[in-house]
Design a protein. Structure first.
Length: 201
């Protein structure tokens, strides 16, 4: 690898979730979304996430584009651990180590496709497809700015089920966002929608 490449820059951004912090870098890390809420999945698919889970204070790792959102265990303070995580990430990225293993995207796509076949069946299928398109177009980009992600899970009888990832997972304000923002928009644009519910992973 050419060592004359520009140095790795890294800064942190607050997220609406006090337990999650966004670590933004000047490198593209991963062109998909990789959410590791449990260590087992991280060990299988992401050497970076697995190494972060080796730190006792790391509870969740979310990797997409040029940032990593880390959720900490509540009994630690960011002031005590932030520099350690920053230094670790900087060195890891600078050394060009593997972030996500080959095949993860295919595995994630396979799981999504499996869920999609359940989502889009029957007469609700058309409504579900419309809801998914709206979430992808309008909600995802905003949620990503906050260091998180939202995935459409299912539509059943007027109720939309979604899961929140990254900083949005377990965030107190994500419930408000969900109810006030997303539910309001979907009700306006898809009259069939009565409620939006967050599914816990």
């Amino acid at each position: 690898m050419n060592k004359t490449t520009s140095p790795v820059m890294l800064y942190t951004e607050q997220t609406p979730n006090p337990e999650s912090l966004k670590f933004v870098t000047n490198r593209m890390l991963y062109r998909g979304t990789a959410d590791f809420q449990e260590e087992e999945l991280a060990r299988k698919w992401s050497p970076l996430a697995a190494a972060l889970f080796d730190m006792p204070f790391v509870k969740g790792v979310y990797i997409t584009n040029n940032f990593v959102t880390i959720s900490k265990e509540p009994n630690y303070e960011w002031a005590d651990i932030m520099m350690r995580i920053k230094d670790f990430l900087k060195n890891y990225i600078a050394e060009g180590k593997e972030i996500i293993k080959e095949g993860f995207e295919e595995e994630a796509a396979r799981l999504r496709a499996e869920q999609a076949t359940q989502q889009f069946s029957g007469e609700d299928g058309e409504v579900a497809r419309k809801i998914k398109e709206l979430i992808d177009a309008y909600v995802k980009p905003a949620v990503e700015m906050d260091g998180g992600n939202i995935e459409f899970k299912a539509y059943d009888n007027g109720v939309v089920y979604v899961t929140m990832q990254g900083a949005c997972s377990g965030c107190p304000s994500s419930t408000v966002t969900l109810k006030a923002g997303i539910e309001g928009m979907l009700k306006r644009m898809v009259p069939e929608v009565k409620e939006v519910v967050q599914e816990m992973l």
